[in-house]
Each structure stands twice: as structure tokens, then as C-alpha cells.
Design a protein around this ligand. Structure first.
Ligand SMILES: O=C(O)CCC(=O)C(=O)O
Ligand SMILES: [Fe+2]
Length: 355
């Protein structure tokens, strides 16, 4: 056991969190994988053999659970710490000040989103507050004021306090963009596509970076239907998720049951979103996941940092591989349209209730 209270990391980590008593289902594994040989962070640098081996193991984990946990990714651990410190300082500000950078309109996913009001007869919204940014550079592909520019090209909203937040967030965004592009190359290699197959689908991306804060919750939460983050699949290509600690919250649904996603300090959780499921014809599934109310998490609160790769808004997403038997037909979708429709449901409680 390490000081997180979880068993020490191993190559394959399995924990059954099922509460339904059904032991007939298969066993799910989320692989903890050192990707240094493919990213060039190890002493040996990158070799074609190392790259191929990492790509194969990464894709094997994704095929099984839609998730992998990576170490050796080369992102400076100090950057994670600085990012989390700036974000925590922002979330500690008075609500009125945070709302100065609130979403400009319900469909404009930029800035601060408060914890929803759960005092009424609502169905479980996500019990978290978030701060979100998108592209750092202006992209001139939709006319100013058009519905598309509102959805996909709205400039970021930066809080005035803490003043040092913006620089750290921009560094973090750039680090995730570089790593995410590299991981897409590995995915392409691992599924048998040309290494650069994704490059021209992401050269006008609208990747989304969100700091999530799940505040401590008073009273008993065991048995509460109000989850911290209700079950969903991510809507983009890959999600790169950092957790500064894990009080037992993140779970993935695979093989018919819920499984805890292993926590390794300094690691990133990588998971498949809808776009990659469609592009790979269901070979790499976008698996449902959720954040539950663990007992200590309720007392201490919880933070996470999610970077969602979202392709060029006009990218056509149709299977590039044969569709796996038993999967839907994956008729083509336009990336921006699919993602924005889903994002609205995720971020807007009223829209989610109608879904
Ligand atoms: O907070 C987490 O660990 C997961 C959050 C998540 O699933 C999401 O933001 O899509
Ligand atoms: Fe998610």
C-alpha cells in the first residue's frame, strides 16, 4: 500500500467494485503503462521497436476497457502541481467573483460553471464546479458572430485572480496538446493506420481543458443518488485526465460492471471518446465512466483536470476500420455537431434533464 491507501501500482491492476454480487462477468483490466519508450522521456530515447511495443499495449488496454493509465509521459510534475495550485486558488474565491467569468451563454463552453443547485426536485446533475478554456490561438475558419464561431471559436475568459493562473494554464494546455497529438500517433500505429492519420483532422482542433472541483459534501452521501459525475462517455477523441489524488471516485464500466480506475501519483488517465470509437469502427470503445461519492472523498473534496481532444469542428467522423461485429453502423457525423450537442447536455442541467 502507498500513502494513497491503494495497493502499489503494478502492470495490471484489477479491483472489483461491483455491488451486484454477479461474479459471472469477465474481469476488466486497466493497464498501467510506462510510455517513455514511445515518448522519448527514457534514457534510451525513442526506437521504432519501443514505439511499436507501447502502441500495441496501449491499444490492447483501450480495446478492453477504453482506458489506460500512463506514466513516463514526460510532462513536468511541477506543471501539474502549479496548475492545481492556481486552479484551487481560483475555486477558493467568492462565488460572485468566479461568476464574473461565467459561461457567456449556455452554448458557449468557456469560463466558470458553478456547482448546480440541488435543493429542488432535480435529477442528479454533476456535483462539481469547473473552469474551462479552449484554443489558445484565434482560428479564422468561421465568420465572426456565426453560430459556428459562437460554439467553437469564442475567445477564452480569463479570471483576473489569481493573476498567475493564465500563464500556467497556457503552459498546461500546450503540454497536453503535444502529448495528445503523440498519443494519437500511437493509437494510429496500434490499430494499423498510418502514423499521421489523425494530423489533418486536428489541425484546427477545439480541444477543451477543464479543471473540475468536487467540493466536500456534508452529511451522509452513501446511498445518495447524486453522483459527483454521472455516467457518461466522453465526446472527443482521447481524454487526458490528471488526478492530484484519488479518494476513490473514478470508475469505468466494462464487462458489465463498474471498476475503480487505478491511481498512480503523477500518472495520466487516458480514455477513448466517441470520436475515436467511431473512427475505429468500435474497436476502441468509448466506455461509460462516473465519479462516485466515496466516504473520504465526501469529507475532503476532489479535483481533476480533464483535457478533451476535439477534432476540427468540420471533421467527418466515419469508420476508417471495418466495423466490429455487434457494434452500431456508425453512420458518419460531423465532429463539431456531435460534440456540441452532447456538451450541451453535459453542461446544462435543463438540457440534461430533457435528454
Ligand atoms: O473527475 C474525474 O475523474 C472524471 C471527470 C470526467 O469524467 C469528465 O470530466 O469527463
Ligand atoms: Fe468523462
Amino acid at each position: 500500500m502507498d500513502d494513497s491507501g491503494l495497493p502499489a501500482p503494478s502492470a495490471i491492476f484489477i479491483e472489483d467494485r461491483s455491488t451486484d454480487g454477479d461474479t459471472s462477468a469477465g474481469v476488466a483490466t486497466v493497464t498501467v503503462l510506462d510510455v517513455a519508450a514511445a515518448i522519448g522521456t527514457g534514457s534510451a530515447g525513442v526506437s521504432a521497436a519501443g514505439e511499436a511495443a507501447v502502441a500495441e499495449r496501449l491499444v490492447a488496454s483501450f480495446r478492453h476497457t477504453g482506458f489506460a493509465v500512463i506514466t513516463g509521459h514526460g510532462v513536468d510534475l511541477g506543471l501539474f502541481e502549479r496548475f492545481c495550485a492556481e486552479s484551487a486558488a481560483f475555486f477558493a474565491l467568492p462565488l460572485a467573483e468566479k461568476l464574473e467569468v461565467g459561461f457567456p451563454a449556455p452554448e458557449v463552453i468557456r469560463g466558470y460553471e458553478p456547482v448546480p443547485d440541488d435543493s429542488g426536485p432535480v435529477r442528479a446533475p454533476n456535483m462539481m464546479e469547473s473552469l474551462l478554456i479552449n484554443q489558445l490561438e484565434p482560428v479564422d475558419d468561421y465568420p465572426d458572430g456565426s453560430a459556428q464561431a459562437r460554439l467553437w471559436r469564442w475567445p477564452n475568459l480569463w479570471p483576473s485572480r489569481p493573476a498567475s493562473l493564465r500563464g500556467v494554464w497556457e503552459d498546461y494546455y500546450r503540454a497536453m496538446t503535444a502529448l495528445g497529438d503523440r498519443l494519437l500517433e500511437l493509437v494510429a500505429l496500434g490499430v494499423g493506420l498510418p502514423k499521421d492519420w489523425f494530423a489533418d483532422k486536428f489541425d484546427r482542433h477545439f480541444n477543451n481543458l477543464a479543471a473540475n472541483h468536487y467540493p466536500p459534501r456534508a452529511g451522509s452521501v452513501s446511498g445518495s443518488p447524486m453522483l459527483r459525475n454521472r455516467p457518461h462517455t466522453d465526446h472527443g477523441a482521447l481524454t487526458l485526465l490528471y488526478r492530484p489524488s484519488e479518494p476513490g471516485g473514478l470508475e469505468v464500466f466494462a464487462e458489465g460492471r463498474w471498476w475503480q480506475v487505478p491511481f498512480v501519483p503523477g500518472s495520466l488517465v487516458i480514455n477513448i471518446g466517441d470520436m475515436l470509437e467511431r473512427w475505429t469502427g468500435g474497436l476502441l470503445p468509448a466506455t461509460p465512466h462516473r465519479v462516485v461519492n466515496s466516504a473520504d472523498g465526501a469529507a475532503t473534496g476532489r479535483s481533476s483536470v480533464a483535457y478533451f481532444q476535439q477534432p476540427n469542428p468540420d471533421a467527418l467522423v466515419a469508420p476508417a476500420l471495418p466495423v466490429v461485429a455487434g457494434r452500431p453502423d456508425y453512420s458518419p457525423v460531423i465532429a463539431g455537431e456531435h460534440i456540441s450537442r452532447k456538451e450541451l447536455g453535459y453542461h446544462t442541467v435543463s438540457a440534461a434533464l430533457d435528454a
